[in-house]
Design a protein around this ligand. Structure first.
Ligand SMILES: [Cu+2]
Length: 318
């Protein structure tokens, strides 16, 4: 077989393998209602399935890179094999004294350049797609604190709330009456806000007492900052991650295409409880979002006063 034929066959095989493996390895988790749960699964070796166009593009860019890198590695291994077999001391006792070959030198300079161009074009396209925030339907400000997140729906009056991780004790097989009562109250609030009849499926270390709620198929802009040290806000299934830096506003956007519950975790080492400030985003229908806004404004109404008190508390004494 000619070299270019072999190359074509190998390329086709690698491309097919990556294209087939990518969706097969992505495991979609759903709850009893068939709604998506954006969470990692045990022994997962690929991305979580995409829930936004951004993540879909990230996955296909990743697949392209995987094909390129696999072909490059196979090519180098084959060359090494040829050198080992054909040019060892026994097989080739008198080595050639050739030191220059113009065609070869041009080829091994140009080939990597072409490969890098093939990578750079979709890479920049993706970068600009992520970076350009479209007209937002919902704007949320997220503030990282040691060690919880605060959220503010900036266009919804004073609607703001803190989001703390549910403690381990809520997930124990046996709990004291006090803990059980506290847990029932917190879970009851989540159910009330989201109008759920049954207790939602809950994940230890990922669950928070309040959830960010956003409408499905709407552009959500998130402005992110921090009050103390650097944190980072992310939802893997959305393909978004941005640092929360004190004194600075960063922004990201996403448009979730599937109703469900999506989990993320602070992704910048921020102190001793860094691992315990998860993020939960609930994607709901437009009607459910409108209903949630009414209930949430009612429930968090006192937070407006709370925040003022908290601000006063951190003002330096004069
Ligand atoms: Cu953090």
């Amino acid at each position: 077989m000619k070299f270019h034929k072999i190359l074509a066959v190998v390329t086709a095989a690698v491309t097919t393998a990556v294209m087939l493996a990518s969706p097969l390895l992505a495991q979609t988790v759903t709850n009893s209602d068939g709604e998506r749960i954006g969470v990692a699964v045990e022994k997962q070796i690929n991305f979580q399935p995409a829930a936004t166009e951004i993540m879909e593009r990230i996955i296909s860019f990743h697949d392209l890179l995987l094909i390129i890198i696999t072909l490059t590695t196979i090519f180098v291994f084959v060359l090494l094999g040829i050198v080992i077999v054909k040019f060892n001391r026994k097989a080739n006792p008198t080595p050639s004294k050739t030191s220059h070959n113009v065609i070869l030198e041009v080829a091994w300079t140009l080939a990597p350049v072409l490969i890098l161009i093939v990578i750079a074009i979709p890479s920049f396209k993706l970068l600009y797609y992520q970076d350009t925030v479209p007209d937002a339907d919902v704007v949320i400000k997220a503030t990282g604190n040691q060690w919880y997140w605060s959220y503010e729906y900036t266009e919804e009056g004073g609607l703001s709330f803190d989001s703390n991780m549910l403690p381990d004790s809520y997930f124990a097989d046996e709990m004291t009456e006090d803990v059980a009562a506290e847990r029932a109250m917190i879970v009851g609030e989540i159910q009330h806000l989201l109008d759920m009849d049954e207790e939602p499926q809950m994940y230890r270390l990922l669950e928070t007492d309040t959830r960010i709620v956003v409408p499905v198929n709407k552009n959500v802009k998130l402005v992110v900052t921090a009050s103390d040290v650097i944190h980072a806000w992310t939802i893997p299934a959305f393909g978004v991650k941005v640092d929360a830096v004190p004194g600075r506003i960063n922004e990201l956007w996403f448009n979730a295409t599937e109703i469900g519950t999506y989990y993320g975790q602070c992704s910048e080492l921020c102190g001793i409880r860094h691992a315990f400030m998860p993020i939960v985003v609930q994607v709901v229908s437009d009607e459910d979002y409108a209903a949630w806004l009414v209930r949430a404004k009612d429930m968090y109404a006192e937070n407006v006063v709370d925040n003022a008190v908290r601000m006063a508390a951190v003002q330096p004494a004069s």
